[in-house]
Design a protein around this ligand. Structure first.
Ligand SMILES: [Fe+2]
Ligand SMILES: [Fe+2]
Length: 234
């Protein structure tokens, strides 16, 4: 199969490469965090240890492959800025785990970060260079497995953790959307419409919350209103 290239993108311009350095840094950092988070979850949920370690290994491979995407364009990923952007979510996940809370870490990694990754990679596909497009296509399939793991765990534990799941979403969504705000102009510079990314993220998250057990009205209150509030501040 031949992977076609978006017709009007010049991947060699300074403007593209500058924006790609940050986006690529965020992607690599996000994948490295995901690897770390799934290994922490493997320690915290012994019954699912092997499955979670397998998910972590996928994330480590994603990180390596996206490093290769930057190298292919001869772009040096901006890791320090990406690390700063992810720090609040990472800190929230690790401190919850330290307190024995599984709900918040699963909401952060498996719902919010995975929905964000799937939405971002979907929006990136039509404008990606051919090398990155091939990698991004199969990475998306993996991310769906990670989202499914979290959905199923939260679905099984829905009745006893309903409010904790909703509260974790309400608290972590604004933090996540702050990352998007920081990336807004760089996303545009590499051909991604940030509004489309937000819309797809919201759809994916709403579907997940519905699959876990929330009623449509609750989903609106938890997710759509948080996204709308964040967008109003842009
Ligand atoms: Fe990943
Ligand atoms: Fe993932």
């Amino acid at each position: 199969m031949t992977l076609s290239t978006a017709p009007n993108i010049d991947y060699s311009t300074e403007a593209y490469r500058r924006a790609y350095a940050l986006i690529n840094g965020v992607v690599i950092m996000g994948e490295n965090h995901a690897d770390h988070h799934f290994r922490l979850l493997a320690d915290a949920i012994p019954a699912d240890r092997e499955e979670l370690l397998a998910l972590a290994a996928m994330e480590a491979r994603h990180a390596r492959e996206f490093v290769g995407c930057g190298r292919n364009l001869r772009v040096q990923a901006d890791i320090p800025l990406a690390r700063k952007l992810f720090q609040p979510l990472h800190d929230s996940l690790t401190s919850a785990l330290e307190q024995g809370d599984l709900v918040r870490p699963l909401v952060i990694q498996c719902l919010i970060i995975e929905c964000f990754a799937i939405a971002a990679y979907h929006c990136y596909l039509p404008v990606a260079d051919p090398y990155a497009k091939g990698i991004t296509t199969w990475v998306i399939d993996d991310e769906h497995l990670h989202l499914n793991y979290g959905e199923q765990w939260l679905q099984r534990n829905f009745s006893s953790h309903r409010e904790a799941i909703a509260e974790a979403c309400r608290r972590e969504l604004p933090t996540t959307l702050t990352i998007l705000q920081e990336l807004w102009s760089d996303l545009e510079a590499i051909g991604i419409a940030p509004e489309a990314l937000v819309a797809e993220f919201n759809c994916l998250l709403n579907d997940s919350l519905g699959a876990i057990g929330f009623q449509p009205k609750e989903v609106m209150a938890i997710s759509t209103s948080a996204v709308a509030r964040a967008l109003a501040h842009l």
